[in-house]
Design a protein around this ligand. Structure first.
Ligand SMILES: [Zn+2]
Length: 142
């Protein structure tokens, strides 16, 4: 099921690292926070508790696989995980690697920037992430 005027239903211009039948993992660019990813449930559902038990497990497994891959690739200070979507209620999780030199450290990523970060993703990051996610979650349709 999809909803009109929903960016996550449209799924345009996404940098997909992994894609399954029911969900996908995307790398978000130009946030100032390198390595920011999202796990997006494909159907337009609002809450984790709208999913069946099996689907709840699947989405949490994807969040965990993404956290593991980000930790392995970037060795962040901390991983932030958030499910917001208040204005656009389509279930998705932000999984954000945090560093002591990132723009809002130690505050949440949505607060005012305190500094410019020069951090860039390492060469081959997206390809290695895609490999790690496929190993953890099964072959990707990407
Ligand atoms: Zn949607």
């Amino acid at each position: 099921m999809t909803s009109q005027n929903c960016a996550h239903c449209a799924g345009l211009n996404e940098h997909r690292l992994w894609e399954g039948e029911r969900q996908r993992i995307v790398l978000v660019h130009d946030t100032g926070f390198e390595g920011w990813c999202r796990v997006i449930w494909n159907d337009h559902v609002s809450e984790l508790t709208d999913l069946s038990g099996e689907d709840r497990q699947a989405v949490i497994s994807a969040v965990i696989a993404l956290e593991e891959a980000l930790r392995a690739e970037l060795q962040p200070w901390k991983i932030n995980i958030a499910a917001l979507g208040t204005g656009a209620p389509h279930l998705h999780f932000h999984v954000v690697p945090r560093f002591r030199d990132d723009p809002t450290f130690p505050d949440p990523v949505w607060l005012a920037s305190q500094r410019q970060s020069d951090r860039v993703l390492p060469e081959g990051f997206a390809d290695r992430m895609a490999q790690r996610l496929s190993l953890a979650l099964g072959a990707s349709a990407v």
